[in-house]
Design a protein around this ligand. Structure first.
Ligand code: PMP
Length: 443
């Protein structure tokens, strides 16, 4: 069992005193000391199997040798020169790779930023500049980030907007399909059609922004029919498709990009999180003509494109390709989903298991009939997992997010799921007191 001492408590107490509460989503007292592959060690020496991968950031495993080599090699040369001013090779090399691997057989241009949120802002600006239209359509439950622009297109919940005053105008929300909780594809499409016939003329809409699979909403996977129709409406009306693949990108779903699962070539794709194996970087990749429609260079001019991050990103993409991590994500992901489905026969609290590759959600409910979210049980399961040596988190209040590094082996997956099941059993048997999870806020 995980043991912590005064040392951990002191670090956390100091962090709580110094850092803004709003930057954290506390789960349990884990102070990371080092990490390798699918394993993390805390400052006390406790070892954990990582089912979170730093929130779908560490797709190639922690501290992959090839990424470390690329980082060290670049650090020895120079740490930074803003590419807005001077050229450098890691920047160009990564751009070339991104153009090659992103969906769409057309000429593209790349622009870098420092966070997923900033790149979402950039995508909105590019779409507005190119089309000369203002309106943006997004979806309920979507998460696109925390800058004013990305928040404005996020349908994640009104709490995020409280006290923020006027956000970016001309953004409209429609429902996103959720087969488990009964939001049907046709209903969602009808809302889109109604929006363009009753509220906003289609020719005023610059873009539809979407997560191909909604992540923070609890892993919602629409059926192909949804995207066929959305794409048709957009193409008929000159509305751009902006795929936010910050969460789904770089192999998470078993495809390099989730857009491929739905056979869509988005006009702009937004990338972040796993792009540089944990180094700070994000990007937008779009059709050449869109990405050259900015009215001034300063529209998306910034300090991003750090050469160390770019070198890490190129190395990380090569790791995904060379180590066949897409295939591994599918094999290990299917195994994990099957195991969770099997657990459903023994654990009533599991209402649904869904996912693609290693983007898996396990929906914890009070009752399979009502599908009421069981926030308390979900928090307790995560807490117990920490006590037993697995890093597990949740989103949407009750959906265990099973998103390990794509390098996870079958053996590691088996060990992790043995612990997850034992933790569920412990929670069912009342072994985790309510007080233990007072500090678990989750998402
Ligand atoms: N879009 C999506 C789909 C995300 O999942 C996230 C991060 N959770 C963001 C945008 C924002 O990225 P960042 O936190 O790097 O700003």
């Amino acid at each position: 069992m995980t043991e912590i001492t005064e040392n951990t408590r002191r670090i956390i107490e100091k962090e709580d005193r110094l850092l803004s509460y709003t930057t954290r989503v506390p789960y349990y007292p884990l102070v990371v000391d080092r990490a390798k592959g699918s394993h993390v060690w805390d400052v006390e020496g406790n070892e954990f199997i990582d089912l979170l991968a730093s929130a779908a950031v560490i797709n190639v495993g922690h501290n992959h040798e090839k990424v470390l080599e690329a980082v060290h090699e670049q650090v020895d040369r120079f740490i930074h020169y803003t590419p807005a001013y001077m050229y450098h090779v890691p920047h160009t090399k990564l751009a070339e790779k991104l153009v090659e691997i992103t969906p769409g057989d057309f000429e593209k241009r790349v622009a870098f930023a420092l966070s997923g949120s900033a790149s979402v802002d950039g995508a909105i600006k590019a779409a507005r500049s190119y089309t000369g239209r203002n309106h943006i359509v997004s979806f309920y439950h979507s998460y696109h980030g925390t800058t004013i622009g990305s928040l404005s297109v996020s349908g994640y919940g009104s709490d995020m907007r409280k006290g923020m005053g006027s956000l970016v105008p001309d953004v409209h929300f429609i429902p996103f399909p959720d087969s488990y909780r009964g939001k049907r594809t046709e209903e969602c499409l009808e809302s889109f059609r109604e929006l363009i016939t009753m509220i906003v003329p289609a020719e005023s809409i610059a873009a539809v922004i979407y997560e191909p699979i909604q992540g923070d909403a609890g892993i919602l996977i629409p059926e192909q029919a949804f995207y066929i129709e959305v794409e048709k409406i957009c193409r008929e009306n000159g509305i751009l498709l902006i795929a936010d693949e910050v969460h789904t990108g770089f192999g998470r779903t078993g495809a390099m990009f989730a857009s491929e699962l739905f056979h869509i070539d988005p006009d702009i794709i937004v990338l972040g999180k796993a792009i540089a194996a944990g180094m700070p970087l994000s990007a937008i990749v779009g059709r050449k003509e869109i990405m050259e429609a900015w009215h001034t260079p300063v529209h998306f001019f910034n300090t991003a494109g750090n050469p160390v991050s770019c070198a890490a990103a190129t190395a990380s993409i090569e790791v995904i390709e060379e180590e066949h991590l897409l295939e591994n994500a599918v094999t290990v992901g299917n195994y994990m989903m099957e195991r969770f489905k099997d657990m459903m026969t023994r654990h009533e609290c599991i209402g649904d298991v869904r996912g693609s590759g290693l983007m898996i959600g396990v929906d914890i409910v009070k009752n399979r009939e009502s599908k009421e979210r069981d926030v308390q049980t979900t928090a307790k399961i995560c807490y117990r997992c920490w006590e037993k040596g697995v890093i597990l988190a949740f989103f949407s209040g009750c959906v265990l997010r099973v998103e390990p590094p794509l390098t996870m082996t079958m053996e590691e997956a088996k060990d992790a799921l043995d612990i997850v099941e034992a933790s569920i059993t412990d929670v069912e048997n009342g072994l985790v007191p309510d007080s233990a999870v007072d500090q678990v806020r989750g998402l």
